[in-house]
Design a protein around this ligand. Structure first.
Ligand SMILES: NC(=O)C1=CN([C@@H]2O[C@H](COP(=O)(O)OP(=O)(O)OC[C@H]3O[C@@H](n4cnc5c(N)ncnc54)[C@H](O)[C@@H]3O)[C@@H](O)[C@H]2O)C=CC1
Ligand SMILES: O=C(O)[C@@H]1CCC=N1
Length: 271
């Protein structure tokens, strides 16, 4: 258990996942975690379910919490930075998880605070996330340790340079949605072929989980593991031929490249 108070602005999908993980892992006790959430019923539900403190303004939070996570959408971020600007001093560490928004823009808005940018993902909800972070100019090695401790509560943590964060967003930030898209399609294929939807869902989900675990644990190349499934003249070869003809690999790459490009646009304030 560490002795700092953590403030979170925005208790949505990611904010709630982070708070839950930090409490579950015993890094910070619930009474040392504060939340500002404009959606009052949501804020109150998180307060009563998790035992955290609700603040009515970012100013009151900043007066009590020197480590603050910004878990609002990029479009909401600058209004919050403006509100925070006069409240923060060099003792504050601000951690932004907003997609696209560069450190320099936040450092301009908050000239005193130390800032870190992190890109987590939604499996953080069950402690199976992966996050990549980069330090702002004023942030220290101690700040890096703090970020690793917080995000380590919800999964793996990597440090990268800021120029890699759009790519990280495209691969792991948005990545869970690509995987669900694929699983959903595989379930529908099973249903088309006559499986009950419930069975198709178990088969598709366990297949993705098992294949990912095997890839991770074996250390083998994905192609090697693909070859292991693909018998000469067999069923898998027939399926993979269809993927090849449709340009599936190129499509996945194009989709991720579009996500990275959108992250860069968000960084430039393009709606
Ligand atoms: N959802 C995802 O997969 C990921 C999201 N992110 C980033 O995390 C951030 C949050 O995203 P989500 O949690 O998905 O969004 P969300 O919409 O689920 O949560 C945002 C929360 O902020 C609250 N909020 C809005 N304005 C506020 C204000 N002025 N003061 C206090 N609370 C306010 C909303 O009521 C909502 O509960 C975004 O910047 C996004 O780019 C990063 C990685 C993954
Ligand atoms: O779609 C988005 O903008 C956010 C960032 C990464 C995942 N979701």
């Amino acid at each position: 258990m560490v002795m700092f108070k953590l403030g979170v602005i925005g208790g949505g999908a990611m904010g709630a996942a982070l708070i839950g993980g930090v409490i579950r892992n015993g890094l910070i006790s619930a009474d040392k975690i504060g939340l500002v959430e404009v959606d009052q019923p949501r804020g109150q539900a998180l307060q009563s379910n998790l035992g955290i403190q609700l603040f009515s303004s970012v100013a009151s939070m900043a007066a009590e919490c020197q480590t603050i996570i910004l878990a609002i959408k990029p479009i909401q971020l600058f209004a919050i930075l403006t509100e925070l600007g006069t409240q923060l001093c060099e003792k504050h560490l601000v951690i932004s998880i907003a997609a696209g928004v560069p450190l320099a823009a936040m450092e301009n808005s908050l000239p005193q605070a130390r800032i870190v940018r992190v890109m987590p993902n939604t499996p953080a909800r069950i402690g199976k996330g992966v996050s990549a972070y980069c330090l702002g100019q004023r942030a220290s090695g101690t700040d890096a340790e703090k970020v690793e401790a917080i995000f380590g509560c919800v999964g793996k943590v990597l440090r990268v340079s800021e120029d890699k964060l759009d790519a990280v967003t495209a691969v792991s930030g948005s990545g869970p949605a690509y995987v669900y898209y694929f699983i959903d399609a595989l379930i529908n294929a099973g249903v088309y072929l006559g499986l009950p939807r419930k069975d198709a869902a178990v088969l598709a989900t366990e297949t993705v989980l098992g294949a990912a675990e095997l890839l991770k644990n074996s250390g083998e190349h994905p192609r090697q593991l693909m070859n292991e499934v693909t018998s000469p003249g067999g069923t898998t070869a027939a399926a993979l031929f269809e993927f090849e003809k449709a340009g599936f690999a190129g499509l996945v790459m194009q989709a991720a490249i579009a996500a990275a490009e959108r992250s860069r646009e968000i960084g430039k304030g393009i709606r």
